[in-house]
Design a protein around this ligand. Structure first.
Ligand SMILES: Cc1cc2nc3c(=O)[nH]c(=O)nc-3n(C[C@H](O)[C@H](O)[C@H](O)COP(=O)(O)OP(=O)(O)OC[C@H]3O[C@@H](n4cnc5c(N)ncnc54)[C@H](O)[C@@H]3O)c2cc1C
Length: 419
């Protein structure tokens, strides 16, 4: 590997931002009202950059039911006690004080695309000229599954704390069973990194079993690295099986039925099949599928009747990896397109299209003080009208340097989203 990852990420992020910065907006009769739903990685970035680049020409409102977002990124380190959950919580104070984003603490229930009106759970309806949806994922629940007994910990917060508590209460030599859904799911390397960290915990407590039941035909990211870690570091602990279909879950008895037979464990971590969050699905934006189809040059819905509704982050279905780094990159392209359109500037000229790039990065702790990493760059393909993989790189080794760089990378990302 010749690439220096830190420079690589910095360069690609800056390139995406620079190529996306819009020109001066033309005079409008009033500020356009852009409403962003969801204050996670995609939504907070979009709200920030809409105001940062659009200034007084746009009135930006961010809606999220929680006062602070809890980051999934780095949340596997809460499970092994390396990070407190409180360090992964981010409020919206800077978005308001530094950029002028208005924040409403509420949950959006319905979208009326004709009236351009949102129905909120508690407050009066909110109108928009342009809508950005960044409401993340939801789960297709397996039969019998009770999340409060067999946590997913795939949306960070109370579920992360519950899984951590269950792991800490595990008896010596106990069994941890984890199920991995079919791709696409949020954070392709995430389940395998979790398996490594739990194996590391069990091993340092005298042993145990980590049973990994993967619905896919094989490891979905950094295959060579995780295979080697499973064999060399955790050969006596990790039992990995591919192509395993999950059936009924008996959460009261801690038993999962699968195509490979029944498995019981002291702790069962069900990571279910994923799809766009309820707001996007229930309002017809997935066209009956799992993810929302979008134009990747603007992230506007491609479905008729949803003009000026943009979907970014994990909920959109463009085939790019579902990651926080990617949601951050998509948000900037989306914000740029919205501002150009509001200024009556074209979004589809060749110079802009050629410069549309996004990138994804995931660091994976493999032990409590080493990590690997994976990054991928996507470039707009003018012939196909889609994002195409332009470059992929991975660490190939788990090292202490990678582990410490992981914190720099995460802190930079958090600051770019909420800072
Ligand atoms: C264990 C783990 C490790 C990960 N590690 C990495 C990593 O190393 N690198 C990386 O890039 N990615 C990583 N990810 C993936 C990353 O967390 C997601 O891809 C990212 O959070 C997606 O951003 P998003 O904006 O689409 O959704 P989210 O960040 O989930 O934000 C969604 C927001 O929408 C809000 N919302 C939902 N419904 C409504 C509604 N109806 N009204 C108003 N608001 C609503 C929610 O409250 C939430 O704040 C990891 C994920 C996991 C689970």
């Amino acid at each position: 590997m010749t690439i220096n990852r830190r420079n690589f990420i910095k360069a690609t992020s800056l390139a995406a931002a620079a190529s996306s910065a819009p020109g001066i907006l033309r005079a409008q009769s009033g500020s356009a009202r852009v409403v962003v739903v969801g204050g996670g990685f995609g939504g907070a970035t979009a709200a920030k950059y809409l105001k940062h680049w659009g200034g007084d020409k746009v009135d930006v409102t961010l809606i999220d039911p929680r006062a602070r977002h809890t980051s999934c990124v780095m949340s596997n380190l809460v499970l092994n006690g390396e990070l407190p959950l409180k360090d992964l919580r981010f409020g919206y104070g800077d978005l308001t004080s530094k950029y002028g984003v208005q924040v409403i603490k509420d949950s959006v229930k319905r979208i009326d695309p004709t009236a351009r009106e949102l129905t909120l759970k508690q407050q009066v309806p909110v109108n928009y000229d342009v809508l950005v949806l960044a409401a993340g994922i939801s789960f297709k629940k397996p039969r019998g599954w009770i999340a409060n007994k067999n946590p997913h910990a795939w949306i960070a917060g109370g579920q992360t704390r519950l899984l951590k508590d269950q792991l800490q209460a595990m008896p010596a030599g106990g069994t941890f069973v984890m199920t991995i859904p079919r791709s696409p799911y949020r954070c392709p390397p995430g389940p395998y990194e979790r398996a490594c960290l739990v194996a590391d915990m069990l091993q340092s407590n005298g042993g145990g079993r980590v049973v990994v039941l993967d619905a896919n035909e094989g490891i979905q990211a950094e295959e060579e690295t995780f295979s080697r870690a499973f064999d060399q570091l955790y050969g006596n602990v990790v039992e990995y099986s591919a192509g395993v279909e999950l059936g009924v879950v008996d959460s009261n008895a801690n038993v999962v039925e699968t195509s490979l037979g029944d498995f019981s464990g002291d702790v069962i971590n069900i990571i279910p099949t994923q799809r766009a969050g309820g707001l996007v699905r229930n309002n017809g934006l997935t066209d009956g599928g799992f993810w929302a189809p979008v134009d990747v040059t603007t992230y506007e819905s491609t479905l008729a009747g949803f003009e000026d509704i943009h979907i970014i982050g994990d909920a959109q279905g463009s085939g790019q990896p579902k990651s926080a780094h990617m949601a951050n990159a998509q948000a900037k392209i989306c914000a740029d397109a919205i501002l150009r359109k509001l200024a009556s500037q074209p979004t589809d000229h060749a110079e802009r299209l050629q410069n549309i790039t996004t990138n994804s990065a995931c660091y994976s702790p493999i032990t409590r003080d080493t990590a690997s990493w994976l990054t991928a760059v996507f470039q707009y393909d003018m012939d196909k009208g889609a994002m195409a993989l332009a470059h992929i790189a991975e660490a190939g080794e788990w090292t202490r340097d990678n582990y410490s760089e992981m914190f720099d990378w995460a802190n930079n990302l958090f600051a770019d989203v909420w800072g």
